[in-house]
Design a protein around this ligand. Structure first.
Ligand code: 173
Length: 321
């Protein structure tokens, strides 16, 4: 009897300890970008802040990059719940759903996408087709470019060139006559070193993170599309969080998203570094430049609508200008 009474005495304490634990959840997060890439510095700074301010509510456990989960598997891993959160661009998880690659085609800022219903529509697709919750976009204001290792071009004709791509650039570079080969960022250095490719698609920034300037002679201007990198979450995990945990993560993710003007200055700096490294811009006359850009979006949307007749047209309305 005495023992039971003693046990009962401690029951509330034990239960209280359990509830406190139940209120703090730890989520596992991976990045699709190579370990040394600057994107991950911004990501881990954000994770540190989330962990500092989220004691007793929510903590993030940074698993790392492609050494843990290969770049093109991050989306699948989030979808299947192997990890709880992913940091990736949509082009890396078209194996989950083709619509993932549509975010690059946005011509309005993400803040406006939240107001005009684009993000609600994206959330619905990501839920239904990806088993994901779309948390936040943390890269925008960043065009992609074509970079060349040896041969200069004087018009937008890529015949005879073999280019490294991801789904971001496939339709456009092929439409201009290139031969394309897909590879994750982590394999590009070796491909350049071995002369396997004559160039590659990549944003205006983060070339130095990967030391590709060693093999890069030309950057074709103008840039096209808008690079997107986002935080995505496994949907069942998300739904299993408490309201307070969801609110906390949403607030932190939106604060991260609100920092995207950072890229404007950063990209100017990176462009300057490229010229210092001897990377020469290749430009076309005004009419050709306009045609180049128009073609990028035309074939980009045509490709998206072909892959997703169901969602492509609506995405174009919501994300276009
Ligand atoms: O080129 C790429 O690897 C790619 O598709 C991408 C997309 C967004 C940001 C950085 C790279």
């Amino acid at each position: 009897m005495k023992r039971i009474a003693a046990a009962l005495l401690f029951l509330p304490l034990a239960l209280a300890a359990l509830t406190v634990q139940a209120q703090e959840v730890t989520l596992r997060i991976v990045t699709a970008f190579p370990e040394q890439q600057f994107y991950n510095k911004r990501l881990t700074d954000w994770i540190d802040k989330v962990n500092r301010e989220g004691k007793g509510v929510l903590q993030l456990n940074y698993i790392g990059g492609p050494k843990a989960i290969p770049t093109f598997e991050v989306g699948k891993s989030v979808q299947g719940g192997v990890v709880d959160l992913g940091y990736s661009t949509g082009a890396f998880y078209t194996n989950v759903m083709p619509e993932a690659d549509a975010l690059k085609l946005a011509q309005i800022p993400v803040a406006q996408q939240r107001r005009n219903g684009a993000i609600d529509y994206i959330e619905k697709i990501w839920n239904e087709k990806g088993g994901m919750h779309y948390l936040a976009r943390t890269v925008e204001n960043t065009p992609f470019h074509l970079y060349l290792t040896k041969k200069r071009i004087d018009k937008p004709d890529l015949a005879g060139l073999k280019l490294r791509i991801t789904p971001v650039y496939r339709d456009f570079f092929q439409a201009l006559g290139a031969t394309v080969v897909q590879m994750p960022p982590g394999e590009v250095y070796t491909a350049l070193e071995r002369g396997v490719v004559d160039g590659y698609g990549w944003p205006i920034h983060a070339l130095f993170d990967n030391k590709w300037e060693e093999f890069t002679k030309f950057r074709v201007d103008p840039g096209f599309y808008d690079a997107e990198v986002s935080l995505i979450a496994n949907l069942s995990k998300w739904k299993g969080l408490t309201q307070a945990q969801r609110d906390y993560l949403t607030r932190q993710a939106l604060a991260f998203e609100a920092q995207n003007e950072f890229w404007i200055g950063y990209n100017q700096e990176e462009t300057r570094k490229q010229s210092q490294a001897g990377i020469q811009p290749v430009t076309f006359d005004a009419a050709t430049t306009q045609r180049y850009l128009d073609e990028a979006y035309e074939v980009g949307w045509a490709g998206m609508i072909k892959l997703s007749p169901e969602h492509g047209p609506r995405l174009r309305q919501l994300l276009g200008r």
